[in-house]
Ligand binder design. Structure first.
Ligand SMILES: Cc1cc2nc3c(=O)[nH]c(=O)nc-3n(C[C@H](O)[C@H](O)[C@H](O)COP(=O)(O)OP(=O)(O)OC[C@H]3O[C@@H](n4cnc5c(N)ncnc54)[C@H](O)[C@@H]3O)c2cc1C
Length: 369
């Protein structure tokens, strides 16, 4: 692996998901030297949150990124629908003054827009293929930072602040010994993507199929993302049963998808199993190490809050860091970020649990048909 490489910046952000990318952009824009480390070679990741709500949209507008995103390609949803055997019985329309009930943004569009703009600032450095493996403390010349393998080279990145934006299985969170409490949801998710029929409108559609929540998210590019809840750890047993009976319950809920489903979901192998993990950390800040986004508070997929919460974290944290590094506030001021964000994020996590346990109620009180 050869000799040690040293890199330096005021802030080292680990993880170029939406939270880490946005934070790095905002800091570099404020002329704070920032290095962003991402373990992947490129940003074309699968199975990420891609629906923006009003909070996420407002953050991107304020950051001056939304217009570029619109240009690259987004898909506003016209409504949320609850469906029973092909019939819509409940519709949620956009709130007054808003022309959508959420917007689908492919994550590679979002990350491209943020990183391309960040690249225009001299204070920004991006290292892809850069896997952070540990914290690196008290090095020969003082200071601390992280240890990473960048393009196969062992590298120390020295920085005044370390931001863990490395997602739900955060290495930094573990190495810095932040306490984490898992939240149980009792379900896993089967995930599949199929082409949308020609006249399919941009909607989020919810049904009960095989006794569980089935959600269809229309996506940019004429696709439908299927998210189907199954009981936690039940997939091995489910796979032993009849695939045809299982898939028929999807077609019964959405008969107009029969052709697309039969062409694209032909066996259990055409589903991806996602373990639903969520968690909270009792503290998000330890001296110069700060948790952001999923690393601080992994969200369940319900209500599509995770991406939006990460973006909001980044907005708030960028202001707090600027006050510390440019405004000469003490390091302890970083706690202000946790004070501003933690309560509202934990309220959302409680709301997710409530929505999950009351989902079936929508189907016992049918009104509109
Ligand atoms: C199936 C599914 C559907 C979802 N749907 C939605 C939705 O519609 N809307 C919504 O708001 N949220 C949704 N979410 C949640 C959303 O995806 C996350 O909350 C959001 O991506 C968190 O952003 P983040 O930047 O904090 O972390 P992440 O997006 O997880 O990014 C972390 C980054 O860190 C990198 N990384 C990890 N370890 C290292 C390391 N050691 N060194 C360097 N880099 C590292 C990873 O490669 C990754 O790029 C969904 C989640 C899932 C699983």
């Amino acid at each position: 692996m050869g000799k040690l490489t040293i890199l330096e910046a005021d802030v080292c952000v680990v993880g170029a998901g939406p939270g880490g990318a946005l934070l790095s952009y905002l800091l570099s824009k404020a002329n704070i030297s920032t290095i962003l480390l991402e373990r992947h070679q490129d940003i074309n990741k699968e199975f990420r949150g891609e629906h923006l709500n009003e909070e996420g949209i407002a953050v991107l507008k304020k950051a001056g990124l939304f217009a570029a995103l619109e240009k690259m390609g987004i898909l506003p949803m016209k409504r949320v629908e609850y469906v029973d055997r092909g019939k819509v019985f409940k519709t949620i329309l956009p709130a007054e003054g808003i022309n959508h009930t959420g917007i689908h943004v492919p994550q590679n569009h979002l990350l491209k827009v943020i990183l391309n703009k960040a690249n225009t600032f001299p204070a920004f450095q991006l290292k892809m293929n850069a896997k952070v493996v540990d914290l690196a403390e008290d090095m020969e010349n003082g200071g601390n930072g992280v240890m990473a393998i960048i393009d196969d080279k062992k590298t120390i990145v020295r920085s005044r602040l370390i931001i863990a934006a490395d997602g739900r299985f955060s290495t930094i969170r573990k190495k810095a010994e932040f306490p984490v409490t898992p939240i149980r949801h009792g379900y896993d998710l089967l995930w599949a993507k199929i082409p949308a029929p020609l006249n399919w409108e941009p909607t989020v559609s919810m049904a009960l199929a095989n006794g569980s929540q089935l959600a269809l998210f229309t996506q940019y590019g004429q696709y439908i993302q299927i998210g189907w809840n199954i009981k936690e750890d039940s997939f091995p047993a489910l796979r032993k049963g009849s695939f045809q009976i299982f898939i028929n319950s999807l077609i019964e809920a959405f008969p107009e998808l029969e052709k697309s489903v039969s062409e694209h979901i032909q066996s259990w192998r055409d589903f991806v199993l996602l373990k639903v993990e969520s968690s909270k950390s009792s503290t998000w800040v330890k001296q110069n190490v700060v948790l952001l986004g999923d690393a601080a508070h992994t969200m369940s997929p319900t209500g599509a809050f995770g991406l939006n919460s990460s973006l909001k974290d980044a907005e708030v944290l960028a202001e707090v860091i600027a006050a510390v590094l440019l405004g000469k506030k003490p390091l302890s001021h970083l706690k202000e970020y946790e004070n501003i964000r933690k309560i509202s994020v934990e309220e959302i996590q409680s709301e997710q649990l409530k929505r999950e346990s009351s989902f079936k109620d929508h189907f016992t009180i049918k009104t509109d048909y």
